[in-house]
Design a protein around this ligand. Structure first.
Ligand SMILES: Nc1ncnc2c1ncn2[C@@H]1O[C@H](COP(=O)(O)OP(=O)(O)O)[C@@H](O)[C@H]1O
Ligand SMILES: [Mg+2]
Length: 374
């Protein structure tokens, strides 16, 4: 039998649990044409949440979702081409209609349309780059024009939004987007990504174009009771037994991190014939650490000695990181070392500081680090 647990890809339906409040908030934003900016560390479930919300609203024929992933997009031109293509394809499944839409709403850009062997999937609107740069507004207005004409609302979802930081002139580009998008009445945007510091800079800095663009949502991890219910349900449905305390232990071990909860539950499930035992759980944790060890080892190899010592202090739960006592105990020498190490580790997204407390971002890395370094 196949494991009911899924990780490493977007989950919807059976493998998706809870997020009821977040779905409600997204839905309400969509209904009220409020844009959403969604931020969390990687693998906490942003992409899944947006897809699940879209799935829940799929019955509403007045709404169309279109998904753009900036992960694959390297520059402004790529963005426009991708934006035009995904918006048009989200509207209809008939390629005659795609052509009609492209021709009537991108008249200044005069798009060329090409079809491959499978016209439904190998359809591409090719844009003349020179005309495009002069008329990018026409592209950015595309969803609003189409939505108005067809009397629908379009939700444009842009994943890994922080990647536009790699474009040539990121701030100018954001200004262009904002200048056009702020007039849209029938399009709402969901912009999401994982680089918290960078996204906060984009969305919460007064001098940035996307300041006060919409509702900024910091996605949380999933509450333990929901994860526990989910794990127990998935074991039960596949004819295996797990006790509540054991399911809780899975969630606790990975500090309710959604991805790792699924991964550890999966490892426990495949090692279990009928019912989970303490040994099975322990073995699953070892396997989890082993499967990720190479990655963590590589990460640690990029760290300086001072950074590693600083991490040891964090791992030991030291609260007063810049106290003389901690500096002496962990041979950090100076408090300047500490602030430098902290900054570097934040930049590498190994730790994060919340309410003045420095914490590991990755709970399994923390577990591994504790076992082998601390
Ligand atoms: N609501 C959820 N219920 C159960 N598991 C989830 C949920 N959201 C995310 N996950 C787990 O976390 C993993 C990463 O989710 P994903 O949506 O790709 O995160 P992000 O986009 O934030 O990087 C998924 O593959 C899945 O294992
Ligand atoms: Mg994602």
């Amino acid at each position: 039998m196949k494991s009911p647990f899924q990780f490493g890809k977007v989950v919807v339906g059976d493998a998706f649990t809870n997020r009821k409040d977040e779905i409600k908030r997204l839905k309400s934003n969509i209904e009220n044409n409020v844009h959403t900016m969604l931020i969390s560390p990687r693998r906490w479930g942003k992409s899944s949440l947006v897809k699940q919300t879209a799935a829940k609203l799929a019955g509403n024929k007045k709404l169309r979702f279109c998904f753009i992933d900036l992960f694959k997009i390297r520059n402004e031109e790529d963005f426009y081409a991708n934006y035009a293509n995904t918006v048009i394809k989200s509207i209809s499944s008939k390629h005659e209609e795609w052509i009609a839409l492209a021709k009537s709403f991108l008249s200044r850009i005069t798009p060329r349309i090409s079809f491959g062997a499978d016209p439904l999937n190998d359809f591409e609107i090719n844009l003349d780059m020179k005309r495009l740069t002069e008329n990018y507004e026409e592209i950015l207005d595309l969803p609003e024009k189409i939505a108005a004409k067809k009397n629908i609302n379009i939700i444009v979802c842009i994943d890994e939004f922080q990647n536009l930081g790699n474009f040539n002139e990121p701030t100018l580009f954001q200004k262009r987007l904002r200048a056009v998008w702020q007039h849209h009445q029938k399009v709402s945007y969901i912009l999401y990504g994982s680089k918290r510091h960078m996204l906060m800079h984009l969305f919460e800095n007064k001098s940035m174009p996307f300041f006060k663009f919409g509702d900024v949502v910091y996605l949380d991890k999933i509450a333990k009771n929901h994860l526990t219910t989910y794990i127990m349900g998935a074991f039960f449905k596949t004819g295996k037994e797990i006790e509540k305390e054991q399911a809780e232990k899975i969630a606790d071990t990975v500090k309710c991190h959604p991805y790792y909860t699924q991964q550890l539950a999966h490892l426990t499930w495949i090692n279990t014939d009928e019912s989970v035992t303490g040994e099975i759980l322990e073995q699953a944790v070892n396997e989890l650490l082993n499967q990720n060890a190479l990655l963590y080892q590589r990460e640690v190899e990029t760290l300086t000695n001072i950074q590693i010592k600083f991490l040891k202090a964090v791992a030991a739960g030291e609260e007063q990181l810049s106290s003389t006592q901690v500096i002496r105990k962990y041979e950090l020498h100076t408090s300047a070392n500490i602030s430098r190490a902290k900054k570097a580790l934040e930049k590498k997204e190994i730790v994060d500081t919340l309410n003045g407390k420095v914490k590991f971002i990755d709970p399994v890395f923390e577990l591994w680090f504790n076992r082998y370094y601390a």
